[in-house]
Write a protein that binds this ligand. Structure first.
Ligand code: UDP
Length: 245
């Protein structure tokens, strides 16, 4: 969609037919990369991300070694063919920034002090993008860490929310932003929390929201977090129940 649409929501339905608080179809699976210590695939509609964890393992380069804790690093990358207009391969400014905020969010939940002098590397690959890739990547990374058996104080559950306009120009908050809403919406927010403690690990906004709108969006996102978290737990259990039934 290259031209600004007349509206992003009409009669309470978004362009893909969803209600404001409705999530896209979510799929989650762990153990998808056999060479990794832990891995997961998460898709929100057409946005699809694979995360693979390697470690705790030896630190390279050696000068980055931390004597009292593990060095956790996350790399976010988007495949050239994951988007409509081919993306130049390799990390640009955007990928470097996203890797940084995802690394910081994940460092807050892992018990890094249990693995001094080691590295925990997390590769987050967007194989198909329809917006909200960083939050989908965080959900996948948290699952991959849990799948690797790395102790964490909680999982990380993430979702986006945003503000869109209807045919009369009235504004509405929505959850789980997809591409047209990301392109043409009035604001979008990437939001991640520890699902059991409600500690905010990521809050990044594009556009403008009033305080009230931000809190409405957060309330809707917290509701979504509960649903996403249930699916994360199920994805973790499923792998271990496979073959037992
Ligand atoms: N996108 C794209 N080409 C790019 C970067 C992004 O088509 O080089 C699209 C992609 O669908 C992505 C969306 O724009 O999901 C929104 O990107 P943003 O930087 O807002 O991050 P995200 O919402 O994916 O976390």
């Amino acid at each position: 969609m290259n031209e600004k649409p007349e509206y992003l929501i009409k009669n309470g339905k978004r362009l893909d037919g969803r209600k404001p608080e409705e999530l896209r179809e979510i799929k989650m699976r762990t153990g998808v990369v056999s060479n990794a210590d832990g891995s997961a695939m998460v898709s929100f509609g057409k946005t699809k991300v694979i995360a693979a964890v390697y470690g705790p393992r030896e630190v390279h380069p050696r000068h980055l070694l931390l004597p009292d804790r593990a060095l956790l690093r996350a790399w976010y990358d988007m495949f050239s063919f994951s988007v409509e207009d081919r993306k130049r391969p390799g990390p640009g400014r955007r990928e470097i920034e996203i890797s940084k905020v995802l690394t910081e969010a994940l460092r807050s939940v892992v018990f890094l002090e249990k693995f001094p002098r080691t590295a925990i590397d997390i590769f987050i690959a967007v194989v198909q993008a329809d917006a909200s890739t960083r939050v989908t990547g965080l959900n996948a990374a948290a699952l991959a860490l849990a799948d690797a058996g790395i102790p964490m104080k909680d999982l990380v559950t993430a979702v986006s929310f945003g503000k869109v306009y209807d045919e009369k120009g009235k504004e509405h908050m929505v959850v789980d932003v997809f591409k047209p809403e990301d392109n043409w919406g009035l604001a979008d927010v990437a939001y991640a929390v520890t699902p059991n403690f409600g500690e905010i690990l990521l809050l990044q906004m594009d556009g403008n929201l009033t305080r009230e709108e931000l809190f409405t969006g957060k309330r809707m996102a917290d509701e979504a977090v509960r649903k996403i978290y249930r699916q994360q737990v199920k994805a973790l259990k499923d792998k271990y129940l496979e073959g037992l039934e």
